[in-house]
Every structure is written in structure tokens, then in C-alpha cells.
Design a protein around this ligand. Structure first.
Ligand code: NAD
Length: 498
């Protein structure tokens, strides 16, 4: 077992095995072809473990185990399933520090975020869905004096889930909690860049679920993801990742007419209206905090407020303060609780972001701060980028394409009409932020924004009970909220005549 000692959190240890197998049928199963792939920590750029490199046969084995467990799990009482989810939440909570440190090492995000956001939100997802299923009502109604209509919800059976690398544990919780709550068995494939914490999670909770109910198979998109998404033995596929991959997932799903939910990319506008500067200092500080949210999670958030739209009448003064705020974002050792920004999740992503910094400059966008890699004195080989603010116009590629890094592209608008034209001029429709003291304006503008989530005078809040998902090319379906259960169930109606 590899062990890292990190003095910053009172000598906490991060423990990793030197190799991880797949978690299938409640056991650790060696990949059938015996192959593993290296996993690199973005914090220091070094390989820290190896993980099973699955192929179709491994996916098939996981599906067999999930099908074997399906009847028993699906017929468990709601109370029993709810209790299992509550125990999972408690187990996560007991091991929060260990998981948070491992998540930081695997993904690069600062430990202050993993401890304060990723892990508590993951815990809450299990608690939320444990609670929601207890509160559901049955559906029996009398059609006439001799006929009863019984409307039942049944689990789909075995579901396939594919997740990205930007919130490895939280994305797993978003997917696993509602699927299990609805009575399904799961085969989940984590992203190849960040597979480890989902496996640690599976190990931690392995005694809380019957064998085969939760299976984790690892590997690359085409080798492991595609066989999962195309298998006729998967009743539904839930995917989070890039819009281009989501398009493929829909094609795969069409072969077997299976339902899909897709959580895809975004290019979210963050809108600052004139009233922000007329408001009190506390509100202005909150708005500036909201502007700086583009750097949260190193900008690797599907809802990253990557376009800032500032009303022309306050542009100069607001931007002066906004830049001051951005310059206070500290990069450093992601394991140090005072560090605000960590490493980009992979070398590939780091290089993609640097290429967009070049694209922005080539498009003649003005780089107001940042614009280059950051050399981390603790980890010179890690993947760090300075938070970057570009000024330009909404036609530029840096305004239209998802960079998925700590880069915000800023532009001006004159009035509400122009604001809406710019905000909605994107193929995406995931999130938007709106900062105003005028609640009439807030409601009017928010209604006209083409996005599944509009934050008004806040940003980046993800409570389990608020529906989350995209308009346009940002996705299909919703996550979180009890409506997610509907994506994991099918309805049966029985008409009973007596
Ligand atoms: P990606 O699409 O490259 O990969 C996501 C997952 O899909 C990985 O597990 C990958 O192995 C798998 N995959 C890749 N090709 C596949 C194929 N042909 N068949 C089956 N599986 C395949 O995305 P990424 O780079 O890991 O993640 C970043 C993207 O995720 C961004 O676009 C971001 O906006 C999006 N995202 C969206 C949300 C949301 O809720 N809307 C949340 C997080 C991330």
C-alpha cells in the first residue's frame, strides 16, 4: 500500500493501494485480460497507483452480477432500502477526512473544497433520497364502483452509469443514491483520470449492500464505457460528461430503445446589473465573490460562470473591484486548508486550457489578469494554471466553447434586451447567475434565460432537493430532487375489476 504523509491536516495519512481491481458482485475482481492503467495525481504529476483496465468481458461480468442481485434488491421494502442509504451516508461521514484528502490527491481540487462541499453534498444526497422514498404515497384510485386502478412504480432493473472526473465522488453520489433508492442495481464506470476515490468508497460501504447491487468497473471510454452503454442488458444509461460524448451515448441507447439521462457541458453567463454597484457593501462583496466563482474547482465545473456580462454603466468600476478580488485567489499546496485553488485534473485538461489562453490572445481578447501556467513551489510538475480574466466579445471562441478551466470571458451589455441576446447566444443551457437588487427584474430576466438553473444573487449552490439539469445541448433530464427517481423507475398500471 502506498502511503503519503501530509502534515497539514494534523499528520493525516492518505492511503492508496498500489493496484485497484474492479468491484464486482461484492468482490475485488482482477480484470479478465489482466491489464491495468496508471493513474497520475495532478497535484504532483506523478503516477500514484494503477487501476483495472476493463474491456467488454469485465462489463458483462458486472452486468451478470447486477442481474443476479436485481430481484432481491428491487423487492426489498422501501424502509430497508432507505436504511441502507442512511448507513451509506453515515459511513461516508465517518470517513470524510480520508475521502476528502484522497479526492484532492486524485483530482487536484483543494482540500478546503472537498471537506466543505464535495463530501458533505455527497452525504446529503444519500440522506435526501433515503428520506424522499419514505415519504411517497401509494397510487390507488377507484375508477368506478367495480374497478380499481393501481399505479405502481417499479425499478428499471440494472442501470449503467458513466461519470466524469471533475467531481468524482459527488458525481458518483448523484448517480448512485437515486438509482439504489428506486430499487435498481448499478454498474458504474468512473472517469479514467479519477477512478480511485469511487473505489475507496465502494470498499468502505461493501458490507452495507448485498453483493452485486453496486458494481464499479474501470477503464477508458471506448473500451469500457461503450460496452456498458451499448449492452442490451442495461435498462437505462445515465451519463455525465462532454456534449460530444453525450451525442454518442444517445446513439448507442437508440439501438436498444433505452432511456438516457444526460448531464453535459455548459457556457454559463454570470450577469451583473447596474443595481449591484448601487447596493450596500455587503451585497457588492457577495457579487464580487460570485464573479470569482469561475475559479471554483479550478473552473472544472459544468456550470462554471465562464462568461461574465457586466452592465456598461458600471463596467469600469465593477471590473476594477472584480480584478482585485480575483488577485486574492491563492494557489498552492491543494492539501493545505488555506489554499483556494489547486491543480487542473489532468495533463490533457491542463494543456487544453493553455491552448485556450493562446486562442483568446490570438483572437485579440484583452487578458486582464492571469493568462499563464502557475509554477507551484511544492509541486513543480503538477498541472496549475493562474485564474484568468479575458475581455472581449461574445462571438469569440473563448466565449462560445467550453474551456473547463479557471478562465472567465467578460463583456458589456447596455440593456435587458442585449443582456438576453448575449446570455442565450450559446448552444448550451445549463446554468446562469443573475445579480440584481431589483426583484422584478430578477424574475423577468430569469424567466427568459434559457438555462435549467438560474442562481439569483448567489452561485454554485447544489442542494439535493433542487432539480438540476440542462436546456438545449446541456442535457436531458434532471438530477437531484425527487424527480430524479422517475428517471430510474417505470410505471405499471393494474386495472382490477371486482
Ligand atoms: P467525457 O465525455 O470525455 O467523459 C465522461 C465519461 O465518459 C468518462 O467516464 C469517459 O471514460 C466516458 N466515455 C468517453 N467516451 C465514451 C464513449 N464513447 N462511450 C461511453 N463512455 C465514454 O467528459 P469529461 O472530460 O470526463 O468531463 C468533462 C465534461 O463533463 C464537461 O463537458 C462538463 O461540462 C461535463 N460535466 C457536466 C455535468 C453536468 O451535470 N451537466 C457535471 C460534470 C461535468
Amino acid at each position: 500500500m502506498s502511503v503519503f504523509v501530509k502534515p497539514n491536516l494534523a499528520g493525516s495519512l492518505i492511503r492508496f493501494k498500489s493496484r485497484y481491481e474492479n468491484f464486482i458482485g461484492g468482490e475485488w475482481i482482477v480484470p479478465l485480460n489482466g491489464q491495468y492503467f496508471d493513474v497520475v495525481s495532478p497535484v504532483d504529476g506523478q503516477v500514484y497507483t494503477q487501476v483495472a483496465r476493463s474491456q467488454k468481458e469485465d462489463i458483462e461480468l458486472a452486468l451478470t452480477k447486477a442481474h443476479e442481485a436485481r430481484e432481491a434488491w428491487g423487492s426489498r421494502s422501501v424502509a430497508e432500502r432507505s436504511n441502507c442509504l442512511l448507513k451509506i451516508a453515515a459511513r461516508l461521514e465517518e470517513n470524510m477526512e480520508q475521502l476528502a484528502l484522497a479526492e484532492t490527491w486524485g483530482n487536484g481540487k483543494p482540500v478546503r473544497e472537498t471537506l466543505a462541499a464535495d463530501l458533505p453534498l455527497a452525504v446529503d444526497h444519500f440522506r435526501y433520497f433515503a428520506g424522499v422514498i419514505r415519504g411517497e404515497e401509494g397510487g390507488i384510485s377507484e375508477l368506478d364502483a367495480k374497478t380499481l386502478s393501481i399505479q405502481m412504480k417499479e425499478p428499471i432493473g440494472v442501470v449503467g452509469q458513466i461519470i466524469p472526473w471533475n467531481f468524482p465522488l459527488l458525481m458518483a453520489a448523484w448517480k448512485i443514491a437515486p438509482a439504489l433508492a428506486a430499487g435498481n442495481c448499478v454498474v458504474l464506470k468512473p472517469a479514467e483520470q479519477t477512478p480511485v476515490t469511487v473505489l475507496i468508497f465502494a470498499e468502505l460501504i461493501s458490507d452495507l449492500l448485498p453483493a452485486g447491487v453496486l458494481n464499479i468497473v474501470n477503464g477508458f471510454g471506448l473500451e469500457a464505457g461503450q460496452p456498458l452503454a451499448t449492452s442490451p442488458r442495461v435498462g437505462k444509461i445515465a451519463f455525465t460528461g462532454e456534449t460530444s460524448t453525450g451525442r454518442l451515448i444517445m446513439q448507442y441507447a437508440s439501438e436498444n430503445i433505452k432511456p438516457v439521462t444526460l448531464e453535459l457541458g455548459g457556457k454559463s453567463p454570470n450577469i451583473f446589473t447596474e443595481s449591484v454597484l448601487r447596493a450596500n457593501d455587503a451585497f457588492l462583496d457577495k457579487a464580487l465573490e460570485g464573479f470569482a466563482m469561475f475559479a471554483l474547482n479550478q473552473g472544472e465545473v459544468c456550470t462554471c460562470p465562464s462568461r461574465a456580462l457586466i452592465q456598461a454603466s458600471i463596467y469600469d468600476e465593477f471590473m476594477e473591484r472584480a480584478l482585485e478580488r480575483v488577485k486574492k485567489i491563492t494557489l498552492g499546496d491543494p492539501l493545505d486548508p488555506s489554499t483556494m485553488m489547486g491543480a487542473q485534473a489532468s495533463r490533457e485538461q491542463y494543456e487544453k486550457i493553455l491552448s485556450y489562453l493562446d486562442i483568446g490572445k490570438a483572437e485579440s481578447a484583452a487578458c486582464l489578469t492571469g493568462g499563464k501556467p502557475y509554477t507551484n513551489e511544492y509541486y513543480p510538475d503538477g498541472f496549475y494554471v493562474e485564474p484568468t480574466v479575458f475581455e472581449g466579445s461574445n462571438k469569440m471562441r473563448i466565449f462560445q466553447e467550453e474551456i473547463f478551466g479557471p478562465v472567465v470571458s467578460v463583456t458589456k451589455f447596455e440593456d435587458e434586451q442585449e443582456l438576453l441576446e448575449i446570455a442565450n447566444n450559446t448552444p448550451y443551457g445549463l446554468g446562469a447567475g443573475l445579480w440584481t437588487r431589483d426583484m422584478h427584474q430578477a424574475y423577468e430576466v430569469a424567466r427568459k434565460i434559457e438555462a435549467g438553473r438560474v442562481w439569483i444573487n448567489c452561485y454554485h449552490l447544489y442542494p439535493a432537493h433542487a432539480a438540476f439539469g440542462g436546456y438545449k445541448q446541456s442535457g436531458i433530464g434532471r438530477e437531484s430532487h425527487k424527480m430524479m427517481l422517475e428517471h430510474y423507475r417505470q410505471t405499471k398500471n393494474m386495472l382490477v375489476s371486482y
